[in-house]
Ligand binder design. Structure first.
Ligand SMILES: Nc1nc2c(ncn2[C@@H]2O[C@H](COP(=O)(O)OP(=O)(O)OP(=O)(O)O)[C@@H](O)[C@H]2O)c(=O)[nH]1
Length: 311
């Protein structure tokens, strides 16, 4: 069955469309906010920093406006090649957007990292919105003070105070963000939450389960790819994924004693992928050692990143 979407012109339909970039230091709460804004799980959330690697879009409708959120990887001082690719991708997303939201962990305030991001913002010629997050952890007077000191450094068009985790302030933020949308047709079907291909989303989910299960044992030395996504006759899907690690010792950690670790990761990932795909999932995980996966252009394409030149 095919679906056709009417090709309304914006004048006829009175629709608007807006690209909103979310930018901020690792752990500021970008993924949590994105999920709260679109009301679904589109970007993985973790207590670890830099879990977001590629641009993932969340899509939501606010009145006549379709808002497309670009979730950027945390900004930090890049050292490795992979880190540089993430940073380039983050700033690329900001420059193309109709508005740029800087998310700051209110508890951290203006630390060195946030100062460095603020210093870069005057180069981005877009409406800028300051969002102080995690206000549940900070007393009100301190929040006001923080807002004033940040705005004294760079005058933001608007400032919001939210607690993304509980959803406090998220609905009014979304309504205000809709003001930045421009007249134009909606770019995605109304019920679509994310255009991240399902296989990429499925890989992110497995990576999240890896993180949760292995904590600090296998920090950033792994990546997950979906190799197969086959719809079966009964409507279920057979998914094959490869977990790439850098060393054999890491492969053993991922497998665990008698394969128990990978089994546990696989069963948690299978349930969650099944919920999102809305069908029964058969998930097969493979672990491969690829010493230099972080220097391999093919791995970057899979993650939707440009391979940075110059080693
Ligand atoms: N107390 C509190 N915690 C929050 C809030 N929002 C997010 N968090 C927590 O902060 C941590 C980081 O959130 P993420 O959404 O993963 O942060 P991120 O900015 O996407 O991180 P990266 O993917 O590393 O760039 C998680 O443990 C969240 O549960 C909030 O409003 N209040």
């Amino acid at each position: 069955m095919t679906h056709e979407f009417p090709q309304n012109t914006s004048e006829e339909a009175g629709t608007r469309c807006g690209f909103i970039a979310l930018i901020g230091a690792p752990n500021a709460g970008k993924s949590t906010l994105l999920n709260a804004l679109v009301g679904g799980k589109v970007s993985i959330v973790s207590h670890k920093v830099q879990t977001t690697r590629a641009l993932v879009r969340g899509i939501t409708i606010e009145g006549d406006a379709q808002l497309i959120f670009v979730d950027t990887p945390g900004i930090f001082r890049p050292k490795r090649r992979l880190d540089r690719a993430m940073v380039t991708s983050a700033w690329g997303g900001a420059g193309d957007a109709d508005a740029l939201c800087l998310l700051i962990d209110a508890r951290k305030g203006l630390d060195e990292e946030n100062e460095a991001i603020l210093a870069k913002l005057p180069d981005v010629h877009r409406p800028k919105i300051l969002i102080l997050n995690k206000i549940d952890l900070v007393p009100r007077p301190a929040l006001l003070e923080l807002s004033q000191s940040i705005n004294a450094k760079l005058a933001f068009d608007e400032t919001f105070m939210i607690a993304a985790l509980k959803g406090d302030g998220v609905a009014s933020l979304r309504a205000r963000l809709a003001n930045y949308a421009k007249p134009g047709p909606w770019l995605y079907p109304e019920d679509q939450m994310s255009d991240a291909p399902m296989r990429q989303l499925a890989a992110e989910i497995t990576r999240e389960k890896l993180f949760e299960r292995l904590h600090d044992e296998l920090p950033y030395a792994s990546t997950v790819e979906t190799d197969q996504w086959q719809v079966q006759k009964d409507g279920s899907v057979r998914i094959e994924q490869t977990i790439f690690v850098e060393r054999d010792s890491q492969r053993k950690i991922v497998l665990g004693h008698q394969g128990q670790t990978i089994k546990a990761i696989g069963s948690r990932a299978r349930i969650e992928i099944g919920e999102i795909a809305e069908t029964k999932v058969h998930l097969f995980l493979f672990v491969k050692v690829r010493e230099n996966w972080a220097d391999d252009p093919a791995r970057y394409r899979e993650m939707g990143l440009e391979f940075p030149r110059g080693g």
